[in-house]
Ligand binder design. Sequence first.
Ligand code: UDP
Length: 334
Amino acid sequence: MTVLVTGGAGYIGGHMTLGLIDAGEQVLVLDNLSTGFAWAVQPPAELVVGDFGDAALVGRLIRERGVDAIAHFAAKIVVPDSLSDPLGYYDNNTAKALSLIRSAVEGGVKHFIFSSTAAVYGETSAEPVAEDTPLNPISPYGRSKLMVEWMLQDASRAYDLRYVALRYFNVAGADPKGRLGQSTPRATHLIKRGVQTALGRFPSMDIFGEDYPTRDGTCLRDYIQITDLIDAHLAALAYLRAGRESVTCNCGYGHGATVNEVIDVVKRVSGVDFKVNHAPRRPGDPAAIIAKAEKVRETLGWRPKRDDLDEIVRQALDWERRLHNRLGEPPDAV
Ligand code: UDP
């Protein structure tokens, strides 16, 4: 039995690959290396460089490698980019996902794990936000992912396919063993930008908006440690293989931190008091997104083990230092 991991050379997919290897699974990674790195796929996982929307390739891999489950991570994920390039996002995240789901159905793959996102909720007054909250994504990114949830829902009713869709809140941190972390060039994530600024890669960082209706005016997010998130995927795989019903669950801790609070932690943990600029709101950002986090515990039996923002930031810092040594010093690549 092999698990096909699309996007397995990227940040979250790469940690899934590690988690599967650690669990003794056979792992086949399919990644076009548009943002991932071949070095992130460590043996015994095998990397096939290609596109998950290439039905002929995916069909062949399913047939020849005994794939019983697909974990689908490959996606474009930058919310502001999705506003300027919506069709690119719908093509990659939605149209190609349709092709992948069809390949799964036609190839007899019965288990599908989908990387969804809290962006499907959009601007919501519910806090924390439950899975049955009305969905109102405000960015093409969120919509491109929500359409995949709908396709999976319909496909699982019509065909012999069961899925777990996991709606990620803000994923952060790195492998506690130091094997991998967030390596995406020009990443825009708050913690990544924070630790890069602390390490002097940028002279300063921006706070996007300080007039939100939150406790200090900056956006509130639920930061979940990457290895905890991967544990939810491993639980999802076991759940599907046990023949259970399709389900959609939030992945978050149920509480969060504001942008100001995160920056304070980065400054304290790094010991660097870097410069912060007061910038306008970033388009597409909801004020607050906190997970209602019971369903993933009740359904998949998941328990968080690393709910600690200091530790998350420490891991991100450690990884940033390692990445710097690995990649040398290309100014726009780290
Ligand atoms: N943010 C910020 N400065 C940055 C990067 C992010 O103020 O350099 C804010 C962003 O506007 C959002 C929060 O930090 O309110 C989290 O952003 P991130 O891109 O990490 O994740 P998102 O919540 O957009 O998925």
